[in-house]
Design a protein around this ligand. Structure first.
Ligand SMILES: Nc1ncnc2c1ncn2[C@@H]1O[C@H](COP(=O)(O)OP(=O)(O)OP(=O)(O)O)[C@@H](O)[C@H]1O
Ligand SMILES: [Mg+2]
Length: 268
């Protein structure tokens, strides 16, 4: 069925001059599914995520969202479709406050007679609520992001993605800079986001996180997809490490919607 997947990317290629960052990658994700995207440095993970977020245009390939072919020419188009991204560098504006970052591009307006003004108090109230919901401590929504720790920045980025009930969220190494406790909290936030039915693409180098968080794992090696496996089929992360290094050539399951695979898993 054409409408089975929330997003389906077919034969995606991306060249940077002589460098082939992606060499014909197929990728799909269903609503409510968490897909871990793994692979060595330079394998093409961030490039794929940037293409799915509209930040980078592929050299060739097709992308369908809810069964319809789309051109993700910029991040606004992706955002309008409900695709939110937390980039490797977090993509926050250091000179803005926590609340301003969360509402960037979607500022709330208050009408006062003929005047239109920013509804600052309401934005701070809603930003504080979203952060509290994620059970992460950020001192004040009026604080500048420049003064926050890595974990607090992470919380802001996740809150921003979550406040808008996204269809899909792309997370590029969201916990790379975090301590143990901050990582725990960020993982709790991701679980909350997933439980709300949002599709999650999670890039990480942490195998325990892959095993704990994902429904399916996609493995990239040198610009190609060499693994696409339901996490429930994995006894340990060893098989993934073999796919990453090339000790195992390929392990690609037939694409099937998340719900169908869940039902199959429950039956066996
Ligand atoms: N803007 C760019 N210009 C030129 N080459 C690029 C650019 N972005 C990525 N590349 C190249 O494309 C390849 C894939 O890079 P990418 O950032 O997607 O890897 P990655 O899997 O995210 O790695 P990491 O785990 O280190 O973040 C690399 O060889 C990289 O050097
Ligand atoms: Mg990367």
């Amino acid at each position: 069925m054409a409408h089975s997947f929330l997003l389906q990317a077919t034969d995606i290629r991306k060249s940077y001059g002589a460098v082939e960052a992606l060499r014909g990658v197929n990728f799909h994700i269903s609503r409510g599914e968490t897909v871990a995207l793994i692979g060595d440095n330079g394998a093409g993970k961030s490039t794929l995520v940037k293409i799915l977020s509209g930040a980078t245009r592929p050299t060739s390939g097709a992308i369908a969202f809810e069964g319809r072919n789309i051109a993700l020419d910029n991040t606004d188009i992706a955002r309008d479709l409900g695709i939110e991204t937390v980039y490797q560098d977090l993509g926050l504006c250091s000179n803005l406050t926590v609340a301003e970052n969360i509402f960037l591009g979607r500022e709330m307006i208050r009408r006062l007679g003929p005047l239109r003004m920013l509804a600052k108090r309401e934005m701070h109230r809603r930003a504080a609520h979203a952060l509290k919901d994620l059970s992460i401590n950020v001192p004040r929504t009026t604080a500048s992001v420049a003064g926050l720790s890595g974990g607090q920045r992470q919380a802001v980025a996740l809150a921003r993605a979550r406040l808008w009930e996204r269809a899909m969220i792309l997370l590029d190494e969201p916990t790379a800079a975090l301590g143990v406790q901050e990582t725990r909290r960020a993982m709790d936030s991701m679980r909350q986001i997933r439980n709300e039915g949002t599709a999650v693409v999670l890039i990480t180098h942490s195998m325990p996180m892959v095993m704990e968080m994902s429904d399916r794992v996609v493995v990239m090696r040198r610009g190609e997809k060499v693994g696409d496996v339901s996490t429930s089929k994995l006894e340990s992360a060893d098989a993934l490490v073999s796919l990453i290094t090339g000790a195992t050539e390929r392990w690609i399951e037939e694409p099937a919607p998340f719900a169908a695979r869940m039902a199959e898993g429950a039956a066996t």
